[in-house]
Design a protein around this ligand. Structure first.
Ligand code: SAH
Length: 230
């Protein structure tokens, strides 16, 4: 293509990109309105979600659905979590104003990126290497430098970097992994979908010395927390 043609095509590309950005903004506003009407109140959480482009965390074929309040496939039989569940879990975690948080199940990196806007240091473990690699690229592209990712089995937590004052598990566990309880600081909070069967209890566990206080905030479906790495 000649330089003349290249210059000719540039303005229309810009116009198209601007139009796309408008559509994205509208869809994002609608999603935030939905989260509010579903009971999400914490302005920090709503702001972090509004500032995080979910379309960036899904494959091209799913992009047109990225602002629906649904889980969407991200490959390898995994999903990017439903925004309302992300908001609920983040809101529960933020009650304790944590500074160092461990996430188990990086997946697309969407929840990780939201946490990175709210918390000083975010650590996240993913068992599928290919997902961990793409998530790392996304963090770099978004300039989120307060995130550390690792390919590994989240059942073991991240002992070297612990203890954490918040831990969030974004895959459904049959039972609460002991290592995660051990790596939570005194006064810290663990948010985890747990239980037998497909529908899990979204539990909040607060550590007070050697005692634990538990509550259930919701019943949810999650892809399973699996043993080992892939
Ligand atoms: N927060 C992610 C959720 C992805 S789905 C997002 O919104 O995109 C859950 C993720 O947990 C999957 O990527 C799955 O591979 C991962 N996972 C399952 N078991 C795991 C384990 N034992 N350790 C680390 N990650 C695990």
């Amino acid at each position: 293509m000649s330089d003349f043609h290249r210059q000719e095509s540039a303005p229309s590309d810009r116009v198209r990109e601007k139009a796309r950005e408008k559509v994205r903004e509208k869809a994002r506003d609608k999603l935030i309105a939905r989260l509010k009407s579903a009971g999400i109140r914490d302005p920090r959480v709503l702001d972090a979600m509004a500032a995080t482009p979910r379309d960036f965390f899904v494959d091209d074929v799913m992009r047109h659905r990225s602002y629906e309040d649904r889980a969407l496939p991200i490959g390898f039989g995994q999903t990017i979590s439903q925004p309302l569940i992300v908001a609920l879990m983040t809101e529960a975690l933020m009650v304790k104003k944590p500074r160092r948080v461990l996430e188990i199940g990086t997946g697309s990196g969407y929840q990780t990126a939201i946490l990175a806007r709210l918390i000083d240091l975010v650590f996240s473990v993913e068992r599928i290497e290919a997902l961990a690699i793409v998530a790392e690229q996304r963090m770099t592209a978004l300039g989120l430098t307060n995130v550390q990712l690792r390919h590994g089995d989240g059942h073991l937590g991240w002992r070297f970097e612990g203890p954490f004052d918040g831990i969030i598990v974004t895959a459904g566990a049959d039972e609460i992994p002991e290592a995660l309880m051990n790596q939570l600081s005194d006064g810290g909070r663990l948010v985890i979908p747990v239980g037998e069967g497909d529908v899990k209890e979204l539990k909040v566990l607060d550590r007070i010395g050697d005692a634990w206080q538990q509550s259930t905030i919701e019943y949810v479906r999650f892809v399973p927390l699996k043993e080992g790495v892939q």
